[in-house]
Design a protein around this ligand. Structure first.
Ligand SMILES: N[C@@H](CCC(=O)N[C@@H](CS)C(=O)NCC(=O)O)C(=O)O
Length: 228
């Protein structure tokens, strides 16, 4: 059975959605990142990057959410686009766009807005601009087609959903009104039974919610250099 190393946050949720959509049996293993469990040697042996999600599937160890989606889609043959050159090209392009643009810029924007010490005007301006630039590109793409790749729901749509869930928190309460095509895409996926099951996973577990000093030390280890 697949071991799924999980925390209720955007990148693990993409994988939860795939596992639920494909009805793959899996063991849910909480990595409580606010308690620093991502740094435990037993976990970094699985993901040297010390972040969730990761999976262990027999002798396959896979980390990084978008790599896991690609692995699971290829392994099961489910939620893949048709295997034409044109659609494979689009799949890799949009998957990497989400992996290298949507996730990192949105994540850094959230970080600088909510957690970074002053002065932070320069960083906030940069990440606000870049996060919105990336989401606007997705919105324009989804104005032209219902799904990210081809004409059906694929694992690339799941990659987008993981971060789209947190748009009001990340970009502000009014953000959805500026991203109407993405909103339509999000609402369609979010209403799927598998998405509801993926969201509900957190109710099965108890995890730390306080962002106290210990949590900051675990999540932002580089800050120790500022205090030194
Ligand atoms: N590129 C990685 C990023 C993973 C990531 O940032 N995971 C977050 C949760 S969304 C995490 O585990 N954070 C804990 C930490 O940074 O210590 C992926 O897509 O899986």
């Amino acid at each position: 059975m697949i071991k799924f190393y999980y925390h209720p946050s955007p990148n693990p949720l993409k994988v939860a959605l795939f596992l639920e959509e494909a009805e793959l049996p899996y063991e849910l293993i909480l990595v409580d990142t606010r308690k620093g469990e991502q740094h435990d040697p037993a976990f970094t042996a699985i993901n040297p990057n010390a972040k969730t999600p990761a999976i262990v599937d027999g002798d396959a160890v896979v980390f990084d959410s978008n790599a896991i989606l690609l692995y699971l889609a290829e392994k099961t043959g489910k939620f893949l686009p048709d295997q034409t050159d044109a659609l494979r090209g689009a799949t890799y392009s949009w998957l990497m766009f989400v992996a290298s643009g949507i996730g990192p810029y949105t994540g850094q924007y959230v970080h600088f807005k909510n957690f970074a010490p002053e002065p932070k005007e320069y960083a906030i301006n940069r990440y606000d601009f870049e996060a919105w630039r990336h989401w606007n590109i997705l919105d324009a793409h989804l104005a032209k087609q219902r799904y990210m790749v081809g004409d059906r729901y694929t694992f690339v749509d799941m990659a987008v959903w993981g971060w789209a869930r947190v748009i009001p928190f990340a970009l502000g309460a009014e953000a959805w009104s500026k991203l109407p095509n993405l909103k339509r895409h999000f609402e369609e996926i979010n209403a799927r039974p598998a998405a509801l099951r993926a969201e509900a996973l957190k109710t099965r577990l108890t995890f730390k919610t306080e962002m106290d000093e210990d949590a900051r030390r675990a999540l932002f280890p580089g800050n120790a250099r500022l205090a030194a």
